[in-house]
Design a protein around this ligand. Structure first.
Ligand SMILES: Cc1cc2nc3c(=O)[nH]c(=O)nc-3n(C[C@H](O)[C@H](O)[C@H](O)COP(=O)(O)OP(=O)(O)OC[C@H]3O[C@@H](n4cnc5c(N)ncnc54)[C@H](O)[C@@H]3O)c2cc1C
Length: 382
């Protein structure tokens, strides 16, 4: 039996683990070192039916529950968070089109993911990070088309994407658009703020839109509902970030345990020091607890039950645990833990970056605070 309990159908989880073992883990260090978009792995995932898990079967997807998608991302995260975030960008586009797009948009784009379409999700601008309630990038309607202008920053997977999901300002509020890369006026470039120290899947590029024209049905949802569309979608993708973070925490645990059980100091294995075992006891307890919270969030999202609360709690907890575990893993391995050629620095950098991308820890706490403030007061004070 595998050490880490399968929270989904065991055969499915074993399939995800096999994909990670055979294809993802062996290239994780190289992707991180070279900071490259793993186009080959996205294509392979598509061939294996793993790039469109949430997409219903009538659009050529796998039609899985969100819980199963979470399980896939946990396993991929254990191999390479960089590969995981590349696939998560695709998930974000699929989920937005599926839940809020028109039928014509669904038919046009959803089947392409099973054939390897890669996407990116563009909300952030130079002057609008956490606060995306109003934006400088604009869209105006001209006849049957929309014309988009502006620049988006920090766009994960933007170097490999063929489709962009973009939040912009319209005269009547925010709107979300699907924009294929090949449309005239769309370009990307890497700036001095594109290279991160963690979650490296190619530069997090600048996306430039210059008089970009898209058909009317490329608006996802209604004009003025853009914020609602992207925030609803973020509840799902931030739960996948939580899954990847706890996956990498598991990897740090496994690799450090393997090392200390073979490394000797003072004539005994490092693991046999009680002080070292306490680190592992804490790490294991925290990972096990975070995984319970993660899968309870997955169920809440499948059922549409208090989704902001549960997705935020899951990311908050899984990222915090991943940060503690990856730091402890370095500590128990001593100098080996700090080596550039050991995996621990990658785990640590990725865990830290997960605390910011896809919903910073502060914004997650604000979301939970807002949830609490909406609750009715149970018992008024006398
Ligand atoms: C690896 C990575 C990948 C990313 N990928 C994408 C992507 O694909 N698409 C995209 O659109 N964006 C992406 N981003 C951008 C990301 O969404 C933003 O970095 C994030 O929203 C925070 O914005 P900011 O960096 O401008 O921080 P700021 O908004 O400048 O905030 C600075 C600090 O203040 C805190 N803060 C801000 N507001 C509040 C508040 N109300 N209460 C308490 N604290 C607050 C923040 O949490 C943060 O700690 C990515 C970022 C990273 C690091």
């Amino acid at each position: 039996m595998a050490f880490w309990k399968a929270f989904e159908d065991e055969a499915a989880v074993e399939g995800f683990r096999e994909f990670t073992r055979a294809h993802v883990k062996p290239v994780a260090a190289e992707i991180d070192r070279e900071d490259r978009y793993p186009a080959d792995l996205v294509k392979l995932a598509a061939e294996r039916g793993l790039n469109a898990l949430i997409v219903p079967k009538n659009y050529c997807g796998a039609g899985c529950t969100f819980r199963r998608v979470v399980s896939f991302f946990e396993e991929v995260g254990a191999g390479s968070a960089s590969v995981g975030i590349s696939l998560n960008s695709n998930f974000q586009a699929q989920n937005a089109i599926l839940r809020s797009g028109s039928e014509s948009l669904r038919q046009r784009y959803l089947p392409q993911f099973a054939r390897g379409l890669a996407a990116a999700y563009a909300l952030t601008e130079r002057n609008h990070g956490s606060d995306i309630r109003s934006l400088d990038t604009t869209a105006v309607r001209q006849g049957d088309e929309w014309v988009l202008n502006g620049q988006k920053s920090f766009i994960t997977s933007g170097s490999g994407a063929g489709l962009f999901i973009i939040l912009v300002q319209t005269p009547d509020g925010l709107g979300v658009f699907a924009v294929p890369r090949e449309v005239e006026g769309v370009s990307t470039f890497a700036s001095d703020r594109s290279e991160t120290f963690g979650l490296r899947n190619g530069p997090h590029v600048e996306l430039v839109l210059k008089d970009v024209r898209v058909p009317f049905d490329h608006l996802i949802g209604d004009v003025g509902t853009g914020l609602k569309v992207v925030l609803r979608n973020l509840n799902f993708s931030r739960t996948l970030n939580a899954a990847m973070a706890i996956g990498l925490a598991r990897a740090a645990f496994d690799d450090s345990l393997n090392y200390v059980r073979q490394r000797k100091a003072f004539d005994q294995f490092v693991f046999d020091f009680q002080g070292i075992q306490w680190y592992f006891a804490e790490m294991l307890t925290e990972i096990d607890a975070a995984r319970l919270l993660l899968y309870s969030a997955a169920d809440a999202l499948d059922q549409g039950h208090e989704v902001e609360r549960h997705s935020s709690e899951a990311k908050l907890m899984c990222c915090a645990v991943a940060n503690r575990v990856t730091a402890h893993a370095i500590q128990v391995c001593g100098a080996y833990g700090t080596m550039v050629n050991s995996p621990f620095n990658r785990y640590w950098r990725d865990a830290k970056t997960f605390e910011i991308g896809g919903g910073s820890m502060e914004i997650l706490k604000n979301t939970i605070g807002r949830f609490l403030s909406r609750l009715e007061i149970a018992e008024p004070l006398a």
